[in-house]
Design a protein around this ligand. Sequence first.
Ligand SMILES: Nc1ncnc2c1ncn2[C@@H]1O[C@H](COP(=O)(O)OP(=O)(O)O)[C@@H](O)[C@H]1O
Ligand SMILES: [Mg+2]
Length: 247
Amino acid sequence: MPAKQATLHIEKLVKTFAAGNQRIQALRGLSMQAEQGDFIAIMGPSGSGKSTLLHCIAGLCQADAGKIYLDGKLLANNNDRQMSALRRRKIGVIFQSFNLLPNLNIGDNICLPLYADGKKVERDKLHSLVERLGIADKLKRRPASLSGGEQQRAAIARALLCEPSLILADEPTGSLDSIAGNQFCELLRRLCEEEKRSILLVTHEPAVAVWAKKVLVLHDGQQVGELELPEQMPAAELAAAYSKMIA
Ligand SMILES: Nc1ncnc2c1ncn2[C@@H]1O[C@H](COP(=O)(O)OP(=O)(O)O)[C@@H](O)[C@H]1O
Ligand SMILES: [Mg+2]
């Protein structure tokens, strides 16, 4: 059973994919935990299982074995409808693809998960969020008329508006320039420090990972290292430590 205060508790997660007559073990018994207010960066070479891990947590992919607890609740015990409701309320997902609906304006795209839950949108909250993300003047626009970075920020706002206890982000700064990328990392850091949200951030960029409090390193579907990060760790120092772990 997970510790009482853990937002996320994962035990021995296994996921195997079949590709032709090959079997690919994407996750090989991975265990990890995130407490409330943790900000964990997950690093690892391409193919090490980072996205699979986030997909399993988000329920976008079913693990073959292992357990995932969210706020003390075993996720596998929920049926699909309950699971998607739980995810909408408790997990904010920011993936590389923005998945914005082309026929809705940005404001409606951001509010969609709340509408789906029959909840009212608190206008003040929405406005302070889009203000912080620099897209306050884009709410009436369709996604196609925004730049990639702006669409990404809309997807970020959509994930954050329901104030999830767990935020999952897979290479979220990939399409942002370095200033916007830094602003995004700063926002994540504030969400963990001021609002005690738990964050799992997959990235291959040391300059992004240094914003986290801890780094988990994956290799071949297993954790091969863990680093507690001091405040203001230089990215080059993290890059050097990371290289040693995957060597
Ligand atoms: N849907 C899938 N079908 C077959 N193989 C997959 C699928 N998704 C991921 N894999 C494989 O699982 C391994 C882990 O992938 P992934 O989790 O995407 O790694 P990462 O995000 O660390 O790059 C890789 O070898 C990848 O090719
Ligand atoms: Mg990936």
